[in-house]
Design a protein around this ligand. Sequence first.
Ligand code: MEV
Length: 320
Amino acid sequence: MRSQSADAAAKLILLGEHAVVYGHAALAIPLGKPRAMAVVSRAAAGRPVSVELPDLGLRWDGTAPVPRDAETFARVIRAAAERFPAVPREGWKLTVRSQIPFGCGLGSGSAVAAASFRAIGRFFRVPISPPLLSKMVFAIEKLHHGNPSGIDNTVVAIGRPILFRKGRAPRFLAAPRSPCLMVIGHTGVKHRTSEIVAAVSRARGKDPARYAALFRDIGRLSGQGAKAFQASRWQELGRLMDRNQELLEDIGVSSPKLGTLIRAARKAGALGAKLTGAGRGGCMTALCADAAVARRTARALKAAGAAAIFITEVSRNGKA
Ligand code: MEV
């Protein structure tokens, strides 16, 4: 076998980011696109495992020092070799491409790690079950983010819509009966999830009672949203997203640019819109009842300055 490839989905949090870090529920779905892709191929025997990231124009030959952009992959390679005796530390190459913008709340870090582990598993014929994959991706996420809730790795590795609570088995959601569309707009502002999560933690430390109430309210929205999602009650889900956005603003994680895109989406006819992921930049998402509204929303986002736009259908299998 000369090479094996694999991919992984981006994730979209519909409700519950930040509150999920403190044990409350969040609702998230995998996205059909954009995706991350990884290829493992044979290389010269005796040479350390190398990494190629064509999107970044980066090639790392596997020797120290590790360039910053290759750190995730150096960790993935080490973790795979430590866990699976069949995975050697030399003689192969990992190539990773991603359509998922980095640092924008769509789980790009989890997706590139998951695609890499999957490709390694296929190439060296080591079965990696979705729960094991989730665990291995979580270990990588922890090195980057310090205190991740575990929602990103779970959605990306399991690939199903879930109601997630930290430390509990995820609740898989039934597929919605009728489809809807999500329009995702990127502010063009990259963020570092770890810094925003840390800032929220500091703000919570100064006013614990207020933040406890905000997180509790968000968690409740996620529970209601899971029911609305499964029953395809899109108007209700849209209203819950709008309410969640207000609470995220109270927490202090929105931004003027996110606000501009969110308002533009609502004005164009979206049923609801909010930031998704850590906030303070990154992406927003808007729920649209049909393709015409989705197209109008996408045009409005472009006019309002979105740096990138994705339109994706939440289909009957629950994926978007
Ligand atoms: C990041 O995608 C979502 C946050 O809730 C952080 C986390 O859950 O780890 C902001």
